[in-house]
Design a protein around this ligand. Structure first.
Ligand code: NAG
Ligand code: NAG
Ligand code: NAG
Ligand code: NAG
Ligand code: NAG
Ligand code: NAG
Ligand code: NAG
Ligand code: NAG
Ligand code: NAG
Ligand code: NAG
Ligand code: NAG
Ligand code: NAG
Length: 842
C-alpha cells in the first residue's frame, strides 16, 4: 500500500504536466463545431507550418492562409479564400469554423455572412460520423475522419493540396487525377499584395507524351519538353548541390509531377511570379536570412514556346539565336534574315523530296525534344521498331527513345512539323529526324552537321591544312622576292577593293517590314521618341521577335532619291563598319516611309552627359580624352579609310552616341548623301547642319569638304574639354561664343580657365591644354590651314610640338534664344566641287 501512493501522486503530476503541455503547445486541428478566430492560428505538429488570418502587403482584405512558421520573411504558400476575400477588416467576429455538416467555412458578421466554404457535398461526409480539419506537417490542410491518424492517406475528404495557389510545396502533386478529372495547376497571384487568381499558370497538358506548360492567359510561354525518365527534356544540367528530387508519374490513374526534399531540413519551394512572368524555385538560406532564387524559367529567349518555327533550332546566347537544323533551310530567306522566324525552315530540296523513296534519318543530339501535341508513344517498343513504325507513315517526321535510362527504351514518334527545338547541352537523348538518305551518311550524320565522325573529319582536315600551309609559304616567299627586287606591289592595292566589291555583291541588308517597326516602336509613340535629328525623329524600339533594342530614324520626306538609289546608299552605308560608328542594322522602305534601323545605344548621346550638371561628373578626364580620340578615329575612317569618303556635315554632341563603356559612336554619318542633299544627285542648294557647329565657308557659301568636318570637330573638342556649349551660354566678357572665349583665353595665356570645373585636380593638364590647342587649330578660318583628321589624331596622342593657331573662323551666331535645331537654309550660291569623289553606285 505504501508503494502505491507515490505512484498515484506521480500519475496525477504527469497528467497535470500533460494537461499543461497541451495548453501551451499550439493546436493543429479544428474539430466539429469548433472555430478558429482571427488572431489565433493552427500550427502543424512538428511546428513547420502555421495557418491563420493574414493581410497581404498594402491590401485591406483578410485571407486565411498557410506559411512557414519559423521563417521571418513570411511567404504565403497557400490561401483558402484567394478569390473570396474578407472585405470587412473591422469585423472582429471573423472565424474559420468546421460547420456541423463537416465543411470548413469562413464566416463574418457574427456568423451572418458565408465568405468561403470547402463545398463538400454532405453525401460524401455523411458516411463518417465525425471529422476534423488538421494542418499536416507537409503543409497540407485536410478534412478527414476523426479516427484517421495517417498523414499521407488518400482518404482525405478534402485537402488543400488539391487546390494549389501559386506555390508547389514539396510532396504536392501538380497534375491530373484521371479518375475524378481533377487538374491541379498553379495560378499566380494577381500581384504581390493580391492573392486572387492571376492569368499566369503552370499545368500539365494531357497528351500521349505529356508536358508541363507555362501560360499567360491562353498564350503558351514555355514548355518543359517531354519527360525522359531522368528529367524534362528542356531542363538544363542538374545543379551540383541537388536539394530536391523530382518525379514524374504517368499511368492510367494519374499524371503528375512532384518533388521532394533530399534533406527535410531544407526549405525549397517553386512558385509563379506574375510580375516577372516566371516560375522560380526559391530556397531559404538561413545564413542570409533570406530566400534565394535557385532556378528561373523561362531562362532565356530560347525558352519561348516556339522560338524558331518548324525545324528551326534555338541556340541561347548566339546571334542570331535561330538556325535551321542541318539539312534544312529557311522557308522564307527574306523573313529569316529580318529575324522573323515564324515560318521556320524546310528540308533542303523539299519540292523534290518524295516520301517513302530513299528516306533516312539524321541524328541530332543535345536538343530539347519537339513539342508533343502530335506525338505517339509506346513504352515497350525497341528503337529499331520505332524507326520502322515512323517510316510507315509519311507524316511521321522524327522518333526517339521514350526513356533514356540505361541503354534507352521505348518509342516516341512525332507527326507533322517539329517545333520548339532548342539546343540544350545537357540532353543525352538523340532525336532522329526524317530526311532524304542522300543527305545523311550511314552513321546518321547530316552532311555539314554533327561532328561525331572523327576519322572523317581528320581525313578531310589534315590534307586541307597541309595545302593551306603550302599556299601560305609559297605566297610569302613570292612576296619577299618581289620586295627584294624593289617592286612596290601597287597593283595589288588597287585591285583589292574591286575584288571585294564582287565578293560583297550578295551582301543583303536586312529590310524590315513596316509592321515590324510599328510593333517595335509602339506605332511611333511619343514615349518612344529619343529625339529629333537633322533628318527626322528617332525612336527607340524593341523587336517583338528577339527582344533586341533598336533605334529607328524615320526620315522626313526630304529624300529626293528614288527607292532604288536609297536602298543602294543604305547598303553602302551599312558596309561602313567601325568601332566608332553606330552600326546600321537595316532599313525599312514602304510607300512614302523611309527608315533606318540602328543598334540602340543605352547611354544616349554625348550632349546628355556633357551639358548636364549631374551627369557630367560621370565623364572624367580620361573618359573624355578617350571620347575625343574615338571620334577622331571614326572621322578618319569616314574621311579616308572607308570606300565611300563620307563628309559628315552635322557633327555635334547629340550625334555622338555612347555605348555601355562610354565609347563614342558617330551616328547620322552618310545621311546627307542618303537623303540626296549632295551635288552628285544635283540637289546643290541645301545646307544641312547645325548652327554653332558649321564651318564658315559651309554656312555662308555652301562649300563643304572634309575640312568643314574638321572645323566642327574643333568645336566639339572645346565643348568636351570645357563642358560648355558653344552657344546658348553667354560669355559676358567677350560677347562671344565658346570659340571666341577660348581664343581670348588662349591669347592671354589663360587656357587653363577653359577646362571643365568638375574635374577638380584629377586630370592631366598638359593633355587638356594640348586638346584646346588642337581644337583651335581645327577652327582656323581658312580650310587649308586646318589639319586633316589623321594629323589631328597624331597631334592629340603624340607629344610633338604643335603649331600656333591663327584666329578662328567666324562662327555663325544666331540672335535671340533659338533652340539648337538643324537648319536647312536655302542658299542659292553654287557649291564647289570640293567633295572627294564618290564611288559610283552600281
Ligand atoms: C481596415 O482598413 C482601413 C482602410 O480601409 C484601414 O485604415 C484600417 O487600418 C484597417 N484596419 C485593420 C484592423 O486592419
Ligand atoms: C468587437 O470587439 C469589441 C471588444 O473587443 C466588442 O466591444 C465589440 O462588440 C465587438 N464587435 C462586434 C461586431 O462583435
Ligand atoms: C458562431 O458560430 C460559432 C460556431 O458555430 C459559435 O461558437 C458562435 O457562438 C457563433 N456566434 C454567434 C454570434 O452566433
Ligand atoms: C462553394 O459554392 C458556392 C455556391 O455554389 C460558390 O459561390 C463558392 O465559390 C464555392 N466555393 C469554393 C471554394 O469553391
Ligand atoms: C474510423 O471509424 C469508422 C466508423 O466509425 C470506421 O468505419 C473506420 O474503419 C475507422 N477508421 C480507422 C482508420 O480506424
Ligand atoms: C515577383 O518578383 C518580384 C521581383 O523579384 C518581387 O518583387 C515580387 O514580390 C514577386 N512576386 C511574388 C508574388 O512573390
Ligand atoms: C502515359 O500513360 C498512358 C496510360 O497508361 C499511356 O498510354 C501513355 O503511353 C503514357 N505516356 C508516356 C509518355 O509514358
Ligand atoms: C540533413 O541536414 C542535417 C543538418 O545539417 C544533418 O544533420 C542530417 O544528417 C542531414 N540529413 C541527411 C539525410 O543528409
Ligand atoms: C540544406 O540544409 C543543410 C542543413 O541545414 C544545410 O547545411 C545546407 O546548406 C542546406 N542547403 C541549402 C542549399 O540550403
Ligand atoms: C510492356 O511490357 C510489360 C512487360 O512485358 C507489360 O507488363 C506492359 O503492360 C507492357 N506495356 C505496354 C504499354 O505494352
Ligand atoms: C499517319 O499518322 C497520322 C497521325 O497519327 C494519321 O492521321 C494518319 O492516318 C496516318 N497515316 C497512315 C497512312 O497511317
Ligand atoms: C513574320 O512573317 C509572317 C509570315 O510572313 C507574318 O505573318 C508575320 O506578320 C511576320 N511577323 C512580324 C513580326 O513581322
Amino acid at each position: 500500500m505504501t508503494n502505491t501512493l507515490p505512484i498515484i501522486m506521480l500519475l496525477i503530476i504527469s497528467n497535470l504536466l500533460f494537461f499543461f503541455s497541451q495548453l501551451s503547445t499550439a493546436i493543429d486541428t479544428i474539430t466539429q463545431f469548433q472555430s478558429l478566430d482571427d488572431g489565433n492560428t493552427l500550427v502543424s505538429n512538428d511546428g513547420t507550418f502555421e495557418l491563420g488570418f493574414f493581410t497581404p502587403g498594402s491590401s485591406t482584405n483578410r485571407y486565411v492562409g498557410i506559411w512557414y512558421k519559423n521563417i521571418p520573411k513570411r511567404r504565403i504558400v497557400w490561401v483558402a479564400n484567394r478569390d473570396n476575400p474578407i472585405k470587412d477588416n473591422t469585423s472582429n467576429s471573423t472565424m474559420l469554423i468546421m460547420s456541423n455538416d463537416g465543411n470548413l467555412e469562413i464566416l463574418t458578421n457574427n456568423n451572418q455572412t458565408l465568405v468561403w466554404s470547402t463545398n463538400i457535398t454532405t453525401q460524401s461526409l455523411s458516411t463518417t460520423s465525425s471529422h476534423v480539419a488538421q494542418l499536416l506537417d507537409n503543409g497540407n490542410f485536410v478534412i478527414k475522419a476523426n479516427n484517421n491518424t495517417d498523414q499521407q492517406s488518400n482518404n482525405f475528404l478534402w485537402q488543400g493540396f488539391d487546390f494549389p495557389c501559386d506555390t508547389l510545396l514539396p510532396d504536392m502533386k501538380l497534375g491530373w487525377d484521371l479518375k475524378t478529372g481533377l487538374n491541379r495547376q498553379l495560378t499566380s497571384w494577381k500581384n504581390w499584395d493580391d492573392p486572387s487568381s492571376g492569368d499566369f499558370t503552370w499545368a500539365i497538358v494531357l497528351r500521349s507524351n505529356p508536358e508541363i506548360v507555362l501560360k499567360k492567359g491562353s498564350v503558351e510561354i514555355h514548355r518543359s519538353g517531354p519527360w525522359n525518365g531522368v528529367g524534362f527534356s528542356g531542363a538544363p544540367a542538374v545543379t551540383v548541390t541537388q536539394i530536391v528530387e523530382t518525379k514524374f508519374v504517368n499511368n492510367t490513374n494519374e499524371v503528375y509531377y512532384t518533388y521532394s526534399l533530399v534533406n527535410k531540413s531544407n526549405v525549397s519551394i517553386t512558385y509563379l511570379n506574375q510580375t516577372l512572368e516566371k516560375r522560380q524555385r526559391i530556397t531559404w538560406i538561413p545564413e542570409d536570412n533570406d530566400w534565394r532564387v535557385y532556378e528561373e524559367v523561362p531562362r532565356d529567349d530560347c525558352d519561348a514556346y516556339n522560338p524558331c518555327g518548324p525545324y528551326g533550332k534555338c541556340i541561347p546566347n548566339e546571334s542570331p539565336i535561330c538556325q535551321c537544323l542541318e539539312g534544312f533551310e529557311p522557308k522564307s530567306p527574306q523573313n529569316w534574315d529580318t529575324f522573323n522566324w515564324t515560318q521556320g525552315c524546310v528540308r533542303k530540296g523539299e519540292e523534290t523530296w518524295n516520301c517513302g523513296v530513299n528516306d533516312g534519318f539524321g541524328t541530332f543530339s543535345s536538343l530539347k525534344l519537339p513539342e508533343t501535341t502530335h506525338a505517339w508513344v509506346d513504352g515497350n517498343m525497341t528503337l529499331e521498331n520505332c524507326k520502322n513504325k515512323c517510316l510507315e507513315n509519311c507524316s511521321c517526321m522524327a522518333y526517339s527513345n521514350l526513356d533514356v535510362r540505361g541503354d534507352g527504351s521505348g518509342c516516341s514518334i512525332w507527326f507533322g512539323d517539329l517545333i520548339g527545338l532548342k539546343q540544350v547541352s545537357s540532353v543525352q537523348q538523340d532525336l532522329y529526324v526524317r530526311m532524304d538518305a542522300s543527305t545523311v551518311d550511314p552513321n546518321g550524320d547530316v552532311s555539314g552537321g554533327n561532328k561525331n565522325n572523327h576519322t572523317l573529319v581528320i581525313a578531310i582536315t589534315v590534307p586541307l591544312v597541309i595545302v593551306l600551309l603550302l599556299v601560305v609559304i609559297v605566297f610569302y616567299v613570292y612576296k619577299r622576292k618581289r620586295k627584294q627586287r624593289g617592286v612596290e606591289d601597287k597593283s595589288e592595292n588597287i585591285n583589292l577593293p574591286e575584288k571585294k566589291d564582287e565578293d560583297e555583291q550578295d551582301f543583303e541588308l536586312p529590310f524590315f517590314n513596316l509592321s515590324t517597326i510599328i510593333d517595335a516602336t509602339n506605332d511611333f509613340s511619343n514615349d518612344n521618341k529619343l529625339g529629333e535629328g537633322g533628318f527626322g525623329p528617332v525612336y527607340k524600339g524593341t523587336l517583338v521577335l528577339d527582344r533586341r533594342e533598336i533605334a529607328v530614324k524615320r526620315l522626313s520626306g526630304s529624300s529626293k532619291q528614288g527607292t532604288r538609289e536609297f536602298k543602294n546608299e543604305v547598303i553602302l552605308c551599312s558596309k561602313l563598319q567601325h568601332r566608332n560608328l553606330v552600326k546600321v542594322l537595316g532599313c525599312c522602305i514602304q510607300g512614302e516611309e523611309k527608315m533606318l534601323i540602328y543598334e540602340y545605344m543605352p547611354n544616349r548621346s554625348l550632349d546628355s552627359f556633357l551639358f548636364d550638371q549631374a551627369q557630367k561628373k560621370l565623364l572624367d578626364w580620361s573618359k573624355r580624352f578617350n571620347i575625343i580620340c574615338g571620334i577622331a578615329r571614326g572621322l578618319i575612317y569616314l574621311h579616308q579609310d572607308s570606300r565611300l569618303r563620307i563628309i559628315h556635315r552635322d557633327l555635334k554632341p547629340s550625334n555622338i552616341l555612347l555605348d555601355n563603356d562610354m565609347n563614342p559612336k558617330i551616328s547620322d554619318f552618310g545621311l546627307a548623301k542618303i537623303c540626296g542633299d549632295d551635288q552628285v544627285e544635283g540637289n546643290t542648294n541645301r545646307v544641312v547642319g547645325t548652327h554653332g557647329y558649321m564651318a564658315p565657308e559651309y554656312a555662308i557659301d555652301g562649300l563643304f569638304s572634309i575640312k568643314s568636318d574638321v572645323f566642327s570637330f574643333g568645336i566639339l573638342l572645346l565643348e568636351i574639354v570645357s563642358g560648355r556649349k558653344n552657344k546658348g551660354l553667354s560669355y559676358p566678357s567677350d560677347k562671344h561664343n565658346l570659340v571666341g572665349h577660348a581664343w581670348r583665353l588662349w591669347k592671354e595665356g589663360n587656357s587653363k580657365e577653359l577646362i571643365e570645373d568638375c574635374f577638380g585636380d584629377s586630370y592631366i593638364l598638359s593633355e587638356a591644354l594640348r586638346c584646346i590647342q588642337v581644337g583651335l587649330l581645327c577652327l582656323q578660318h581658312h580650310p587649308n590651314d586646318r589639319p586633316n583628321m589623321v594629323s589631328v589624331l597624331a597631334m592629340l596622342t603624340n607629344e610633338t610640338v604643335l603649331a600656333q593657331p591663327k584666329e578662328p573662323g567666324f562662327v555663325i551666331q544666331m540672335v535671340s534664344t533659338e533652340r539648337e535645331s538643324t537648319t536647312e537654309n536655302l542658299i542659292s550660291s553654287s557649291i564647289n566641287e570640293v567633295t572627294i569623289s564618290l564611288l559610283d553606285v552600281r
